[in-house]
Design a protein around this ligand. Structure first.
Ligand code: AOF
Ligand code: ZN
Length: 360
């Protein structure tokens, strides 16, 4: 095994923390001495020990003189846990191979510097691209203080999210739907509009065994959500402009939280205010699962960072059948929302298109 194999193992370990560590990063670490792996660990849960300390604690022999492969620059600050650099130095690690740089201002280069100052050989940016992929959410949140917002939908090849009768089960194939549930589990929150609650009555949980359930958010400007909807209960926020105490109490009595926000120029929930409020609550990621009215509002408000689109190789037709983004739309092709860094993946009979929104 070589440096690349050990870092690949550290990346695989890091992934195990997916969904459990937010808003912290996914991190893995492997310790090798004389060509033998003597310790490994990963960040398992937010607030618990970091990958480096877990790896050091797991060592089967003394790690003095060993190399540590770690997917993210070791921290050098007192947070919820003591600095990892202190443990690495104290245990006598001789060489540290680092994947990603840590943009957390409390660390940002200072972690690597401390290790070097202690006489440790430090290699930076090793398999950086692969390591960075683990933490798109963390990098976004730690630098911007607001969640990474992904707009997700499934549509047919003629751009429909339902038939003209409103039927939408199912557009994407089973494998795509499993993929969606995995994405849900790595995100801290999921949001739908009132229309989706009324039409589909979704529960918006992650499928059993895949990961923790996300926080559920209903965007409902006038608080028209039916009290009998499956989503009304603990773990749900209803984002609304309604402040009538009696109306709100009916929802809080069922365990949901009502978050009253300002109105935008169209009289709907101010989504920028919502995103800022979620950032303050340490929500690092949000998936918007529509429908078309909310999708338009979210794009118009400029809160969408990424699109995740499943295209099913089928056609519904129908002039009245809905497309994924409603609202008035733009007037001219030049005014389109533009995207970049597009990635295309085949998922059985579907095509997944992931793309980043270019900020206006
Ligand atoms: C993690 N897990 O394995 C590593 C992290 O508040 P704390 O003490 O958990 O510190 C969180 C910061 O520590 C985080 O923002 C990142 O900069 C750094 N490294 N964090 O949660 C880990 N290595
Ligand atoms: Zn640390």
């Amino acid at each position: 095994m070589n440096d690349k194999d050990y870092m690949t193992l550290a990346i695989d370990l890091a992934r195990r923390g997916g969904g459990y560590v937010n808003p912290n990063p996914q991190v893995g670490a492997v310790i090798v001495r004389d060509g033998v792996i003597i310790g490994q660990g990963y960040h398992e849960k937010c607030g618990e020990l970091h990958a480096e300390r877990n790896a050091l604690a797991s060592c089967t022999t003394d790690p003095r003189g060993a190399t540590m492969y770690v997917t993210l620059e070791p921290c050098c600050h007192y947070g919820k846990t003591p600095p990892c650099t202190a443990a690495i130095i104290e245990k006598g690690i001789a060489r540290v191979v680092i994947g990603s740089r840590d943009p957390n201002p409390k660390v940002s280069g200072k972690g690597a510097e401390q290790l070097r100052a202690a006489g440790i050989e430090v290699v930076r940016d090793f398999m950086q691209g692969e390591c960075d992929e683990l933490n798109a959410i963390f990098f976004h949140y730690i630098t911007k203080g607001r969640p990474l917002v992904t707009m997700k939908y499934a549509m047919t090849m003629d751009g429909k999210i339902a038939t003209h009768t409103g039927a939408s089960k199912w557009i994407s194939c089973e494998a795509s739907r499993i993929h969606t549930h995995e994405a849900r589990a790595r995100n801290m929150a999921i949001m739908v509009g009132l229309g989706t609650v009324v039409n589909d009555d979704p529960s918006l949980t992650a499928r059993a065994g895949i990961g923790p359930d996300p926080l559920r958010i209903v965007c409902d400007s006038n608080l028209y959500t039916p009290l009998s909807a499956k989503i009304v209960g603990p773990g749900t926020i209803i984002a609304t402009c309604e402040s009538d105490v009696d109306k709100c109490r009916k929802f809080t009595e069922k365990g949901a939280e009502v978050l009253t926000l300002g109105r935008n120029k169209n009289g709907q929930v101010d989504l920028c205010e919502l995103i800022a409020a979620l950032g303050e609550r340490k929500i690092d990621s949000l998936i918007i699962e529509g429908g078309s009215t909310l999708n338009w509002s979210a794009l118009e408000a400029g809160i969408v960072d990424k699109l995740q689109v499943y295209v099913a190789t089928k056609v519904f037709g129908g002039a009245e059948a809905k497309s994924p983004v409603g609202g008035p739309g733009v007037e001219l092709p030049d005014y389109a929302f533009k995207l970049q860094n597009t990635r295309i993946t085949n998922i059985e009979s579907d095509i997944l298109i992931e793309s980043q929104v270019i900020p206006c």
